[in-house]
Design a protein around this ligand. Structure first.
Ligand SMILES: Nc1nc2c(c(=O)[nH]1)N[C@H]1C(S)=C(S)[C@@H](COP(=O)(O)OP(=O)(O)OC[C@H]3O[C@@H](n4cnc5c(=O)[nH]c(N)nc54)[C@H](O)[C@@H]3O)O[C@H]1N2
Ligand SMILES: Nc1nc2c(c(=O)[nH]1)N[C@H]1C(S)=C(S)[C@@H](COP(=O)(O)OP(=O)(O)OC[C@H]3O[C@@H](n4cnc5c(=O)[nH]c(N)nc54)[C@H](O)[C@@H]3O)O[C@H]1N2
Ligand SMILES: [Mo]
Length: 769
């Protein structure tokens, strides 16, 4: 079956385009939408009960995003998109054995992503034997034994791939990585490889720690906050509350984004009676700049150039004390900046010199500055260098390791950061492996494993044969859809530990298992009693989460119990007593506190209020780099951006495509067909284009186009029937939704020294249908 038939998407019947949203983001629009999603969840009472416990001590951590909890947060601390995530999990609909009997795998392949997940919660383990047309029920024990015997048959443990999506708790992630290493592999591809990998690598190179250096309190002390390549109104709505507070007390908020995102302009806090009653909002960014896709490094280099020029007149522009005492490589960086010419800078960022100077002025005139960023920075070819340039500019004014200042990569999944902390890492630090070896006395594998893109290559080349996913939707989230599908289909066995039906259950290996698990909102009862799990947010706060709802089915098991079952059937309990650990998660936390630094008294500390802070050395100006200093990177600007590299391959005009999220989705989970703030309703196969580009191409709003990837690898990648939406977007840049556009992303197009697919800069051509 061709990719185009498998990647079904929205029907256009109810589609309509209203003008872009002119009210403040949040406000009644958010409340109305929350109510709608609650009602549509078919289980409003359960959802509401759960909501009141979201992000509260003793309650559960909202599975929506990784934004931190404010100490002062009120009794109601959730956002519109948290409501969607919770209602989605609390649905009363069920995907049980009857459902699979009625719907064959090939029938289900024709359903769109929205329809698949909307079918409800998975209820019992299911097995596809490779011959029958349908999934069939299987017992838990038989499923575990099947995985165990498949793993034992491999000629090397490195033929197994253990994928993780960032919702997994610290407890299950720790057990999972321990299982993989006892098995003998470091093959832990994870969603982070597609997400903030560049932040981790760039920050480790520059300041010796891969995590953000700020806490939520720093936002209340910052004089200026720069938001790069991030759309918090949709993806981290609770961050808007923090930005609103900052804006109200006069902090400058500067947005640097390809698109004018509504949430970054004006926000009305549903928790503020005044703003709700008087239909007002708070201005968020009074300064908004729209560079070209991938132009941020050039923009930052321009800012640095301005600072160096101004330093000649005014020595207070740079923090020379900080630079002298704490930094290495300043002179080389200065030479690199001075030798970069303005023409290249302005060409790459597509802003005027005045605009760059204005950004430099705001930066230089404020003492304590935070830079936040997300996928607009990390999903380009030169992402690692861009992250390091963000740090360079912060370091020039000593903006790391002081109150109200620092670097804040805003993570995606609610526990993606914690997963790394507890060992989900295909290139684990040696100290961590040493600690595992010491604790469990076995030969821990040292060879680096496969990241997500490497894993796809490995499956395609027959080097990997068993694929296990702890959550997520690998088939839909990865690039180059057709090849990702082929990769999974070549495996002997694919196993998905999931809450809801998705594409990855239908793009199977020769045999496949679906192992349904409890969700974050559900009560997790084990032998020792009710369990809590723990997660780490973007600000390195570790806190507990306790499910509140009855499980969706009696047959569900917790992720931790499932991993223990797989481990027991695969490697036995000579080294680790899996079932004992899974019977009481406090025992797993005890293990973590022995193996991983800074988790002392883990079990006691999670009982205190909103949890505990994991120390961040860089925030204390301790630099764990080889030079023991913060390191200026003197990397050059990219010689060419995506559109320039592709221009030699075709005579057609080249556009740079970014693939992003609508307001009604959580990654590959499509809650609905609207994107309220961008004025799109009832459809997803759309492409946002600039008015001038349209007239140059003799195209107009509402036309249907074919989008074709421009590459020189001989593979044709194209999508048809995308409807044009005329939009305020820089010339030659276009945008469309993920995951519909993943077939356009070449597997080989990854960030340098990092491997993240370049989801935000794909060279494409566009033709009228
Ligand atoms: N409701 C909801 N919440 C989510 C998610 C979700 O899907 N739904 N996903 C979660 C996950 S896993 C993640 S990683 C985060 C993602 O959070 P975001 O990074 O906010 O997600 P994207 O939709 O990819 O948005 C990228 C933003 O960067 C801008 N941008 C793109 N390219 C560039 C560029 O080159 N330069 C600049 N300056 N801007 C650029 C885009 O216009 C857009 O505003 O959100 C998390 N939270
Ligand atoms: N084109 C393009 N592609 C992208 C991106 C992009 O911006 N553009 N973004 C990338 C990013 S940042 C990320 S993080 C990845 C996301 O990639 P993934 O993390 O693999 O995908 P998700 O869509 O978050 O996974 C959703 C599935 O997780 C399962 N699930 C939900 N809750 C739970 C739970 O509690 N336990 C378990 N076991 N399963 C659960 C459900 O079955 C659901 O279908 O996608 C990447 N892909
Ligand atoms: Mo992500």
């Amino acid at each position: 079956m061709s990719t185009s038939t498998k990647i079904k998407s929205s029907k256009n019947s109810s589609s309509k385009r209203k003008s872009a949203y002119s009210s403040a983001a949040g406000g009644w629009g958010a409340l109305r939408s929350s109510a709608k999603h609650l009602i549509q969840s078919e289980n409003a009472a359960k959802s509401v009960k759960a909501l009141l416990k979201a992000n509260q001590p003793g309650g559960f951590d909202c599975p929506g995003c990784a934004w931190g909890d404010a100490k002062s947060a009120g009794k109601v601390d959730f956002c519109e998109n948290g409501v969607k995530a919770i209602a989605w999990e609390a649905t009363s609909k069920r995907v049980d054995s009857h459902f699979f009997k009625q719907n064959s795998i090939s029938q289900l392949q024709q359903w769109d992503d929205h329809a698949l997940e909307k079918s409800g919660r998975l209820t019992e383990p299911m097995y596809f034997d490779g011959e029958s047309e349908h999934y069939q029920p299987i017992s838990w024990e038989a499923a575990f034994n099947m995985i165990g015997s498949s793993l034992k048959q491999l000629s090397s443990p490195n033929q197994a791939l253990l994928y993780t999506s960032g919702r997994a708790s610290n407890e299950v992630a720790y057990l999972y990585q321990l299982f993989g290493r006892v098995l003998g592999t470091n093959n832990f591809p994870d969603c982070s490889n597609m997400c903030h990998e560049a932040s981790g690598i760039g920050m480790t190179n520059s300041i010796g720690t891969g995590k953000g250096t700020v806490t939520i309190e720093d936002f209340s002390k910052a004089d200026a906050i720069f938001v790069f390549g991030q759309n918090p109104g949709t993806n981290h709505p609770r961050m808007l509350g923090t930005l609103r507070e900052a804006s109200k007390r006069g902090a400058k908020i500067v947005s640097i984004n390809n698109l004018k995102e509504r949430g970054l302009q004006k926000f009305s806090d549903p928790q503020s009676p005044k703003e709700m009653i008087f239909l007002t909002g708070t201005d968020i960014s009074r300064h908004y700049f729209t560079p070209r896709l991938g132009g941020d490094m050039a923009l930052l280099r321009g800012v640095a150039k301005c600072l160096f020029e101004r330093f000649e007149e005014d020595k207070s522009v740079l923090d020379t004390d900080f630079i002298q005492k704490h930094c290495h490589g300043f002179e080389a960086y200065q030479r690199s900046v001075v030798s970069t010419d303005w023409t290249t800078i302005l060409e790459q960022c597509n802003l005027s010199k005045e605009e760059v100077e204005q950004i430099a002025t705001i930066y230089a005139c404020n003492d304590n500055v935070i830079f936040t960023w997300a996928m607009g920075i990390t999903q380009h070819r030169h992402s690692v260098n861009t992250v390091q340039e963000l740090l360079n500019v912060l370091m020039l004014r000593g903006n790391i390791g002081k109150a109200g200042a620092g670097a804040c990569p805003v993570r995606g999944h609610s526990n993606v950061q914690g997963n790394r902390t507890v060992g989900i890492d295909e290139k684990p630090p040696m100290l961590f492996l040493d600690a595992l070896e010491k604790r469990y006395s076995f030969n821990v594998p040292r060879e680096h494993g496969f990241n997500t893109v490497d894993s796809i290559h490995a499956m395609l080349e027959g080097k990997a044969k068993v694929f296990i996913a702890l959550g997520g939707n690998f088939a839909a989230a990865t690039p180059d859809t057709e090849r990702s599908y082929q990769a999974l289909q070549q495996c002997d066995l694919t196993v998905q530990i999931s809450t809801k039906l998705n594409r990855s259950h239908l793009i199977t290996g020769k045999r496949a298992l679906i192992l349904p698990c409890l969700g974050r909102t559900e009560i997790d009862h084990q032998k020792s009693g009710e369990q809590c799990i723990t997660v780490e947010d973007s600000m390195s706060m570790v806190h507990s989460s306790t499910g509140q709802n009855e499980p969706a089915s009696d047959l569900l098991r917790s992720e931790t119990a499932i991993v223990a079952g797989i481990a027991m059937a695969s490697v036995g309990d000579n080294i680790v007593n899996w079932h004992k650990l899974a019977s009481d998660y406090a025992l797993i936390r005890q293990e973590i506190s022995v193996v991983i630094p800074d988790f002392e008294h883990y079990n006691a500390r999670i009982k205190e209020g909103r949890g505990f802070y994991l120390k961040n050395p860089a925030a204390q100006r301790q630099w764990r780099t080889p030079k023991k200093k913060a390191i200026f990177s003197d990397a050059k600007l990219p010689e060419q951006l995506a559109h320039e590299r592709a221009q030699s391959l075709t005579n057609k005009p080249i556009f740079t495509l970014q693939t992003l999220r609508s307001h009604d989705q959580y990654n590959t989970t499509i809650y609905g067909m609207d994107d309220r703030y961008r004025g799109v309703y009832g459809e997803r196969n759309v492409i946002f284009m600039n008015a001038e580009d349209l007239s140059k191409q003799s195209l107009k709003n509402g036309d249907y186009v074919k989008i074709t990837t421009v590459s020189n690898d001989g593979i044709e990648r194209a999508l048809t029937n995308f409807k044009i939406i005329e939009y305020s977007i820089p010339s030659s840049c276009v945008a469309a939704y993920y995951p519909e556009t993943n077939p356009l992303v070449p597997l080989e197009s990854v960030a340098e020294n990092c491997g993240t697919p370049t989801y935000k800069s794909i060279a494409v051509s566009i033709d009228k249908m």
